[in-house]
Design a protein around this ligand. Structure first.
Ligand code: COI
Length: 357
């Protein structure tokens, strides 16, 4: 492991812990937060001294640009504890690279690697008791950056705050997911910010997703904005299709998030000698495959969602149920991924990163 301890962090420890009030077996995703958080401000063209402090509310001027223009990006990552008490991150360099890519697109400053790793690791060391061992348990980590400058002219801010908050997590979706294929609304367009983890990408999905939820669907699989003919991603996860024994997923583009779980599944498919096609996937192809029985699975992949099987989809007022598959790719990838993440299987691609406690 690289030692990033050369960046000094000002630390204020919480005088009490909330941990005894938490029911770790019954967690609702994203509602419970650990005792500490990491904070670093960007002022006068540079990142200032980072701090770790008790998790708490913060105050910003009402004119802070983030409230008006949504100049904000975030990441999602997880820490795992193995049965010997060691703590692991999964491909954290990829999260660091991606938050900076997102920031660059939103005209925000990049966050230095040493600060990112030292902040994460120090925070995890302090809140390590919040990470429970066992497959299915994790500590979800949410690094994010917001524009804090008090000014409402529509231009990039000159001050920002980078933070990391941590939330103990179990499954994001309980049970199987039913989805609607998008026919009217769009998530992203060519040349836009769809590839970035920009806060607004998620907010823009809330209204159409709430309409889908009224019809009994948890998520929308977004299609390309110009024709609505090609399936892209689900917003909280990238999407994979299995036709007979071939795995198919859309190529990343400036409209689609370059998911770290997506990338890992493509590698695991290669390791398992599964034929994989990274190409455009049309709605008509998937409907036809559902009709003729060659569509064996659809599943989503993401940090929060891990690997989530999709049990049905609707398009053009037709509902297609996807039969259960005992030897599903989704089940196999989920198991292999979680075993690597939890230090229960060989890590032949060097994805695990140990946090020295
Ligand atoms: C993640 O999977 O980490 C995400 O950022 C998706 C979010 C909607 C929970």
């Amino acid at each position: 492991m690289t030692n990033h301890s050369n960046t000094k962090i000002d630390i204020v420890k919480s005088s009490t812990s909330k941990i005894d009030h938490v029911d770790f077996e019954n967690l609702t995703f994203g509602r419970t937060f650990t005792d500490h958080m990491f904070v670093c401000d960007f002022i006068d063209g540079k990142w200032q001294q980072p701090k770790i402090m008790p998790y708490q509310a913060m105050s910003f001027e009402p004119s802070a640009r983030v409230f008006h223009y949504g100049q904000a990006v975030f990441e999602g990552m997880k820490a795992y504890k193995d049965d010997t008490g060691k703590v692991w991150l999964f491909r954290p360099k990829d999260n660091h690279a991606r938050i900076n890519k997102s920031s660059a697109r939103l005209a925000m400053p990049e966050f230095p690697k040493e600060y990112f790793f030292n902040g994460l690791e120090t925070l995890l060391k302090m809140d390590k008791d919040w990470i429970k061992p066992g497959i299915g348990n994790s500590l979800y980590l949410r690094p994010f950056v917001i524009a804090t400058e008090a000014a409402i002219s529509a231009s990039p801010a000159n001050s920002y705050r980078f933070m990391i908050i941590c939330s103990p997590a179990k499954a994001y979706y309980s049970g199987k997911v039913r989805v609607l294929f998008a026919e009217k609304y769009s998530r992203s367009a060519d040349g836009g910010v769809g590839f970035a983890k920009a806060a607004g990408n998620y907010a823009a999905q809330f209204y159409p997703t709430s309409l889908a939820q009224e019809k009994g669907y948890q998520q929308i699989i977004w299609t390309d904005a110009s024709t609505h003919e090609f399936l892209e991603e689900a917003g909280t996860m990238n999407i994979f299709f299995r036709i007979n024994n071939t795995l198919i997923t859309a190529p990343i583009s400036d409209r689609i998030l370059d998911g770290i779980t997506r990338r890992s599944i493509i590698q695991l498919a290669e390791d398992n000698n599964i034929t994989t096609e990274i190409r455009r996937v049309s709605v008509s192809e998937i409907k036809e495959a559902a009709r003729n029985g060659s569509l064996k699975e659809i599943f989503g992949a993401g940090t929060a969602a891990v690997v989530s099987p999709i049990s049905a989809f609707e398009h053009g007022n037709e509902v297609f149920e996807i039969p259960d598959n005992e030897k599903s790719f989704a089940g196999m990838f989920k198991k292999q991924l979680e075993e690597i993440q939890n230090n229960l299987a060989e890590d032949k691609h060097g994805w695990r990163h140990e946090v020295i406690l």
